[in-house]
Design a protein around this ligand. Structure first.
Ligand code: FES
Length: 165
């Protein structure tokens, strides 16, 4: 004799345990937003650093508005002197026509220190080949996106003073 066993009744689905379609959509939206924010940060931060780095370095000079360079007047013509303007490197160039130029020596590309090249009469950044005009600081070629910051040069009472313009 066989006994018929009925299947036990299926339990009623617990409405609170299984997320509905609206909750899943909300979760997916939050997850996608979080992923998007991480992606934007991963891409955006290096771009921000690339663009802001020279500006931040220039801003760090902020408290200093002038520097006196006592020995600068001995600099030969067609030569340059590197000095600190606050905490940032700067460059003084004595041109062959006896004029002077002072500029920031922080490359506007990624912040390397460019050098004056007397033979070429140019400012050259060895990091990626950026070239600047030694009289105006203008970015001539290579990757630098902006000119070098130009400072004022004044010679009074036998002293050379570099000032923020
Ligand atoms: S840091 Fe000067 S050219 Fe790149």
């Amino acid at each position: 004799m066989s006994e018929i066993v009925e299947n036990p009744p299926h339990p009623e689905p617990d409405d609170e345990a299984i997320p509905g379609p609206l909750e899943r959509r909300a979760f997916i939206k939050v997850a996608a937003a979080a992923l998007g924010a991480c992606y934007a940060g991963a891409i955006g931060y290096p771009v921000y650093r690339y663009l802001a780095s020279p500006i931040e370095q220039a801003a760090s000079v902020g408290a200093v508005n002038e520097v006196t360079l006592p020995d600068a007047l001995n600099l030969p013509k067609n030569a340059a002197l590197l000095f600190k303007f606050g905490s940032a490197p700067a460059m003084l160039i004595h041109h062959e026509d006896d004029t002077w130029t002072a500029l920031s020596a922080v490359c506007t590309h990624l912040g390397c220190t460019p050098q004056y090249e007397p033979a070429e009469k140019r400012i050259f950044c060895p990091c990626h080949g950026g070239v600047y005009d030694p009289r105006t600081g203008g970015n001539i070629s290579g990757p630098p996106p902006k000119p070098l910051t130009l400072y004022l040069v004044e010679i009074t009472d036998g002293k050379l003073v570099v000032r923020r313009s």
